[in-house]
Design a protein around this ligand. Structure first.
Ligand code: M6R
Length: 608
């Protein structure tokens, strides 16, 4: 989603800003812009499309040692050059970029219009430079503070001033900003990814903080009370920098193929075959505390929610602890009951999803304990939770999440083993669970080396008016995930459904030849799924089945059968999801889609 970069320092700002924007491209955006200074004041360029389009428009740009830049993902107003950031005040001396949403836009616009302000865009953001101008008494920090006091909603902003060429003022309430401290230069961005090429010494701006950024560092203040705040400078580690395609045509395919390694990185050092147990140090939970857990609630969105569903089922089945997954955007506003005997787990690849963060904050506000299961090191959710585990998947660049899903499931199964060992799992059972888990990377590698007849499915799925994904038990979240991938990457109308529920409605959608993809590993529910498969087959559906290798009886019932290696039911999503990821990818290719940056989507969803 929207990205911010700002720079003050000794070098020409523009190349640094543009390369910072390139590092943020993976997040998803539809237009980009930059503001620097020339001798007359602000010099601004904005373009609809890619950062490359913006870069092409920068010929003849002046040299400036200060600047701000932005990638926009439209929320208020269409995808147009006027709506792209930066936005300016009426006299063109203040430029601002903004992530977030201003919720009291309507009264603020009315007030400013009544005072004669002319708006040149349809955005909520444009309100801000006008409010800063209105509050202007000669001090940039006071003016930004006075303006932001009137604003409800979420924001991360970076502001530059033609009359104060040595500073950028930034402020945060709900949208992340990280300040990077270089040698005689300071960079600010909404994501450390845009900073690490310059420095790894950073200050994470907190909510309700603002900072004045100069070449020689930053000065932090309370956003509303103006009090000077101490700085806490951290050294960021972790995998940053634009990942390399390493010969793959797309990041999605590369990331699908990384899964044997990423799952193994997630399990290594945590799951012990010998002890028949697991250890998640970051959870900071001793067996005594684990025994006290009466309930587990997993919070997430999209793919992370699907992974949470798998986790909840595993926790109930193996540890016999009541567990459920919740869609974070629903949970946070439901006035949920939060109790001390419940463990909350926030599941997120990016660690920046605003709804998951909101759910975490709601739990914390009500006195609950939340641990993170997060991929991006140092991200807002990881920091807000304080305790938790990292997935160690490495950067996931493609908007469609693949390796993060399997690593999230692997991390939750690791936790499940730990929890179950404090209860009903004995050493022998623990050892066999650990062995099955540790065997997964090899099975994933074998499956990826020989993924079966997926290409035979692509043509009928690509031209289908409707595709149905079915599964029961552990395969139901996989069916949801398969459908989500196909929508995201190929834009094919489809849905995932519990196989047993299908005849209560969706079966009406089945036309002759409609592809129905049945996820049916050999598990406790397999025979029931076979009945559902027969029900859709009887209505002319073209049956594609994902089945356990050797289950020939099931394979023979299908038009196309895709085998996966055998594994216990609780681990099956780690295998059955993979052919569905490949199917979405190859269908997207067949339809000529923009695989890594599908339309309208963002990698990191930082608005509600
Ligand atoms: O970064 P998160 O895991 O919190 O993101 C949650 C969803 O936005 C994300 O999983 C989304 O559904 C993906 N595009 C799915 O491929």
């Amino acid at each position: 989603m929207c990205g911010i970069v700002g720079y003050v320092g000794h070098r020409d700002a523009l190349p640094t800003l543009v390369s910072g924007l390139r590092q943020l491209e993976y997040r998803g955006y539809d237009s980009a812009g930059v503001a620097i200074l020339d001798e007359d004041g602000l010099w601004i360029r904005k373009e609809v499309g890619r950062v490359d389009d913006l870069a092409r428009s920068l010929d003849g740009a002046p040299r400036s040692q200060v600047g701000i830049a932005h990638t926009r993902w439209a929320t208020h107003g269409g995808v147009t050059q006027q709506n792209a950031h930066p936005h300016t005040d009426g006299v063109g001396r203040i430029a601002l970029v903004h992530n977030g949403i201003i919720e009291n836009m309507v009264p603020l616009v009315a007030m400013l219009r009544a005072e004669g302000v002319v708006f040149t865009s349809e955005t909520d953001t444009e309100i801000l430079p006008h409010l800063i101008r209105k509050a202007w008494r000669g001090d940039p920090v006071d003016a930004v503070r006075a303006a932001l006091r009137q604003v409800q909603g979420t924001f991360g902003v970076a502001v530059m001033f033609a009359d104060h060429p040595d500073i950028v003022v930034v402020a945060r309430n709900g949208s992340p900003l990280v300040i990077g401290l270089g040698d005689g230069e300071t960079i600010v961005a909404s994501d450390p990814q845009a900073i690490v090429a310059l420095t790894r010494r950073v200050i994470h701006l907190q909510d309700r903080q603002m900072a004045v950024i100069r070449a020689d560092g930053a000065e932090l203040h309370g956003l509303y009370d103006g009090r000077r705040h101490d700085q806490s400078v951290e050294l960021i580690d972790g995998d940053y920098g634009v990942a390399d395609l390493e010969g793959h045509p797309h990041f999605m395919l590369k990331e699908i193929h990384e899964q044997a390694r990423s799952i193994s990185r997630c399990l290594n050092g945590r799951v012990s075959r010998e002890d028949g147990n697991a250890r998640l140090g970051g959870f900071e939970m001793r067996p005594r505390e684990l025994v006290g857990v009466q309930r587990v609630v997993l919070l997430g969105c999209g793919t992370s929610y699907h992974a949470g569903m798998v986790g909840a089922m595993a926790i109930e089945a193996m540890a016999r602890v009541s567990a459920r997954a919740e869609i974070a955007s629903e949970f946070r506003y439901r006035h949920p009951i939060v109790s001390n005997d419940t463990l909350y787990l926030a599941v997120s690849q990016s660690g920046e999803t605003i709804d998951t963060l909101g759910a975490v904050q709601e739990v914390q506000l009500k006195g609950g304990a939340v641990r993170g299961i997060v991929n991006v090191v140092g991200s807002t959710i990881a920091r807000t939770c304080g305790q938790g585990v990292y997935l160690h998947s490495g950067p996931e660049v493609a908007v469609a999440s693949t390796k993060a899903f399997t690593s999230q499931v692997a991390a939750m199964l690791t936790f499940t083993l730990m929890l179950a060992r404090t209860r009903n799992l004995d050493l022998g059972q623990g050892r066999s669970v650990a062995a099955e888990l540790l065997a997964i990377p090899e099975k994933v590698a074998a499956l990826l080396a020989n993924p079966g007849p997926i290409d035979d499915v692509v043509e009928s799925v690509a031209r289908a008016r409707y595709v149905l994904f079915l599964g029961r038990g552990f395969s139901f979240p996989v069916a949801l995930e398969g459908a989500l991938k196909l929508k995201e990457v190929a834009y094919v109308p489809c849905e995932g459904y519990p196989a047993g529920e299908m005849k209560h409605g969706p079966i009406a959608m089945i036309e002759k030849g409609a592809p129905v993809i049945v996820v049916a590993p050999r598990d406790a529910q397999r025979d029931k799924v076979v009945s559902n498969l027969r029900e859709v087959a009887a209505r002319g559906a073209r049956i594609i089945v994902i089945h356990t290798q050797g289950d020939d009886e099931l394979a023979q019932l299908a038009d196309i059968a895709i085998p996966v290696p055998s594994t216990p039911d609780w681990a099956s999503p780690l295998l059955t999801a993979i052919p569905l990821q490949l199917l979405a990818y190859r269908t997207g290719i067949a339809l000529g889609r923009d695989i890594d940056k599908p339309r309208h989507l963002a990698k990191s969803v930082t608005v509600e």
